[in-house]
Design a binder for this molecule. Structure first.
Ligand SMILES: *Cc1c(COP(=O)(O)O)cnc(C)c1O
Length: 441
């Protein structure tokens, strides 16, 4: 009766009790004598676009069903902890005045973690805005049901219909661009459309200089198609504490003060101001203005490493599993180019992750390590396109064991250091063919 009442569209009963009473259920309900019988009959491809509730006492081992559904069994998976995202959001929130808005930066598909799930999480947490890099990312979020304000940082080469129809608020960084958006807004019958004015205070990438502002103000005052909702700039060295760099940051603040005041003078409505990125939130809270832009910190990556970020929790963990183990005598070579030469009798495991998954090939030949069998093990030989080999001689790991590429034991920043790059690049390099699995604790 409950199954019918709660409009459960599909019912699967497992266990001898269930099987015995199957006649009491609707005709299309399925029954299996055991978890094993179910796992033999069904695979992940039998399920799609369903919300699945799994209930049963631990003795049935239903966690194996969850593993099957989450494709944890034999695939390389990026596991994303949404509770950690919420916790990191709150961590930065707690360093801000209560009325300061937070823009969550979800460009590059949420720094590789997946934009919809992250957007939903921060929308529920009360973020003021989210920001994406391109129009399509914003349109996808709208399609998926995200209703909060969305800023588009790089709206060039857009389809303006998509921009306006999805209420995506563009960044404006030049007079030409302002004119174009005004023209397009008129064409689509849009008025008072919120846009965000970017000032170049020292990043020297995009944005207005002080000298251009009188012309911009005049242009904006002369029309009603678009309206400056915010004025902002981006810090170049907030994450590099030193006398010289901090003095540069202070120059950026001073220039921003002047420019944002010039713009504000031209309008009666309050124009929101924002300049702080993640590092800036912790290091220069005096300059939080109306809003801050939280990026890398949301994903739990420590970039200052001065103790101020100790409350952060890692969000993403890249995992795979051992699919084969072989024993080799000393002197054997492993992989392409025979670059991995064994200096002792060794157990070598093969794992199904390669450079096409985002495991950078420069981590070959011991530069990179993975965590398996309770310890770190070096990558042996050259990383292949879809696989690589790991020296597991010092562990008793078995085929089927889980292998962490980064996560709890191997921080993303360690891989970034080994590659001479930044955690941002490591995170955004996990290729789209790697399945993302989201969980809450
Ligand atoms: C990416 C980005 C941020 C966030 O930077 P983090 O260092 O990840 O906090 C903020 N503002 C702009 C304009 C950005 O492009």
């Amino acid at each position: 009766r409950l199954v019918a009442q709660r409009r459960i569209s599909r019912f699967i009963g497992i266990g001898p009790e269930m099987l015995r009473h199957s006649a009491l259920f609707a005709a299309d309900a399925e029954f299996y004598a055991s978890t094993d019988a179910f796992l033999e009959a069904r695979s992940v491809s039998d399920f799609a676009n369903e919300q699945i509730l799994i209930k049963g006492s631990p003795k049935f081992g239903f966690s194996r069903i969850a593993d099957m559904l989450e494709a944890r069994m034999n695939e390389t998976v990026l596991e994303v902890n949404l509770d950690a995202v919420a916790s990191n959001f709150n961590f930065y929130r707690s360093h801000l005045r209560p009325d300061t808005l937070v823009v969550c930066m979800l460009k590059a598909s949420g720094y590789g973690a997946g934009s919809y799930e992250l957007a939903k999480t921060v929308q529920d947490r009360g973020a003021g805005y989210i920001a994406v890099a391109v129009t399509d990312e914003g349109a996808d979020l709208r399609k998926a049901g995200i209703t909060m304000p969305i800023m588009v940082l790089n709206p060039k080469v857009v389809d303006y219909h998509t921009l306006f129809a999805n209420r995506l608020e563009p960044e404006i960084y030049s007079l030409d661009m302002a004119r174009e958006i005004i023209r397009e807004a008129r064409k689509y019958g849009v008025s008072d459309y919120p846009v965000h004015i970017k000032i170049d205070t020292g990043m020297h990438r995009l944005g207005f200089f002080k000298e251009q502002l009188p012309q911009l103000v005049e242009l904006l005052q002369s029309q009603s198609a678009i309206r400056p909702a915010s004025v902002f700039s981006h810090l170049a060295v907030a994450d590099m504490p030193s006398e010289a760099m901090d003095s540069y940051t202070r120059q950026q603040f001073a220039y921003f003060d002047e420019c944002s005041a010039l713009l504000q003078q031209g309008f009666k409505h309050h124009i929101l101001r924002h300049i702080l990125n993640t590092a800036g939130i912790l290091r220069f809270p005096d300059h939080q203005f109306d809003m801050v832009r939280l990026g890398i910190g949301l994903y739990g990556i420590k970039i200052l490493n001065d103790g101020s970020e100790d409350g952060l929790r890692p969000v993403s963990s890249l995992n795979t599993m051992v699919i084969s183990i072989k024993e080799w005598p000393s002197g054997t070579t492993i992989g392409y180019g025979r670059r991995g030469v064994l200096s002792r009798p060794s157990r070598i495991a093969t794992i199904p992750i390669g450079y096409a998954d985002g495991l950078n090939r420069h981590l070959s030949n011991g530069v990179g390590q993975v965590f398996v069998g309770g310890r770190r093990c070096p990558i042996v030989g050259n990383i292949c396109m879809d696989q690589c080999m790991v020296d597991v001689t010092d562990t008793d790991c078995q085929v089927g064991d889980r292998v962490e590429i980064f996560g709890e034991h191997i921080p993303v920043s360690e891989i970034a250091d080994a590659l001479g790059t930044i955690p941002y690049e490591v995170l955004t390099s996990v290729s789209t063919r790697v399945k993302r699995v989201y969980y809450r604790e």
